[in-house]
Ligand binder design. Structure first.
Ligand SMILES: C[S@@+](CC[C@H](N)C(=O)[O-])C[C@H]1O[C@@H](n2cnc3c(N)ncnc32)[C@H](O)[C@@H]1O
Length: 248
């Protein structure tokens, strides 16, 4: 479990996120975006909303870990608001359905969650015969919790023990040149998606290999649909699975 990727300080991170927003959404677009999300953040502080977030706590009780979104601190919520992502863990039954929909045997593949939060998917993916499992999370405080979860996690059905979690921006992360399953649960705004896809395309041109991408809650699927090298392999209203196909 290492954390050797460039990690901006909190203030540098926040300034970068706001600057990126201004560049991509413009001044009026950023003002609209930040005010809408700020109202949502305020609504989330009401006792009813906070209580409802504990609905995802079963996984944590079963495995003695902390992956719930109910205990995310206000400071982290504010940093989520500035960065444009928001932590919410994947639900175990849905996660299994998505992995079982992949049209390949997973032995020898690397699982990579881009926007891995407290690392619940990294733990759930370890029930499958992946060669290794990698999480990439923008917020250092969530990554630190993910690393503690990895150290504590115990499961009789665990098959993969090579699990890492890194604090990094997914759009600037050096993808390993392994056959991979990329997992993205509606993690970030459009401009980060563009960086991630450009990064992935460059990496595949340099080292062609099998890569599948699971997009859970696909709100920006128009961006992926416009990439001719991403071919759709499965779809429900909750997720889409793509295969990267790069012509020689
Ligand atoms: C909806 S949560 C999903 C968490 C986890 N993948 C799961 O399914 O349980 C999205 C996560 O993406 C993270 N995120 C947002 N922007 C990111 C970026 N540019 N690079 C890496 N992670 C990012 C957020 O902080 C948040 O923890």
């Amino acid at each position: 479990m290492t954390d050797d990727f460039t990690k901006p300080s909190n203030s540098t991170g926040a300034l970068t996120w706001v600057r990126d927003s201004l560049r991509h959404r413009g001044l009026a677009g950023s003002a609209r975006y930040y005010s809408r999300e700020f109202l949502d953040l305020l609504r989330d502080l009401t006792p009813e909303r906070r209580k409802s977030r504990y609905g995802d706590i079963d996984f944590d009780f079963e495995h003695n870990v902390d992956t719930t979104w109910a205990t995310v601190s206000l400071r982290t919520r504010i940093r989520e608001w500035l960065s444009g992502g928001q932590y919410q863990p994947s639900e175990p039954v849905m996660f299994r359905e998505m992995l079982d929909s992949l049209p390949v045997y997973l032995d020898g593949f690397t699982f990579i969650d881009l926007g891995s939060g407290k690392g619940r998917t990294l733990l759930m993916a370890s029930d499958y015969p992946f060669r290794r499992i990698i999480g990439v999370e923008l917020l250092a405080e969530l990554n630190a919790i993910a690393q503690r979860n990895i150290a504590r996690y115990r499961s009789d059905s665990q098959k993969c023990f090579a699990i890492e979690s890194h604090a990094a921006d997914a759009g600037r992360f050096d993808l390993p040149a392994d056959p991979s399953v990329l997992y993205l649960f509606n993690p970030f705004p459009r401009h980060v998606w563009c960086n991630v896809l450009a990064n992935l395309y460059r990496s595949l041109l340099a080292v062609p290999r099998p890569v599948f991408l699971i997009y859970h809650n696909p709100v920006h699927q128009d961006i992926l649909a416009a990439e001719g090298w991403l071919q759709e392999r499965a779809r429900t209203h909750q997720f889409v699975i793509y295969q990267a196909v790069i012509d020689d």
